[in-house]
Design a binder for this molecule. Structure first.
Ligand SMILES: [Zn+2]
Length: 83
């Protein structure tokens, strides 16, 4: 019996996370149909916790409208281009 490629909860979380990194654990859980505790585990497992913190409430790059760090004038991509 043949089975198509299966999307795991982990992969789904990764997709949702890439599209919207600022959701709460509960919101990810609602979308995936798992508990927020499970989401927390998956995020830790995928190494996304750092990224999540990085994104949360971050200021906006004046060049491209992307996220930048607090201390930087531009986001990393624009900063590289401006060198
Ligand atoms: Zn930028």
């Amino acid at each position: 019996m043949q089975r198509g490629p299966r999307t795991t909860t982990k992969e789904k979380l990764l997709q949702i996370f890439e599209a919207s990194p600022d959701l709460t654990l509960q919101e990810y859980g609602n979308r995936l149909g798992v508990t927020k505790e499970r989401v927390r585990q998956l995020i830790a497992c995928l190494g996304l916790e750092r990224q999540r913190r990085k994104h949360a409430g971050q200021p906006i790059c004046p060049e491209c409208g992307g996220r930048k760090s607090y201390e930087a004038k531009l986001c990393r991509a624009c900063w590289w281009q401006s060198r």
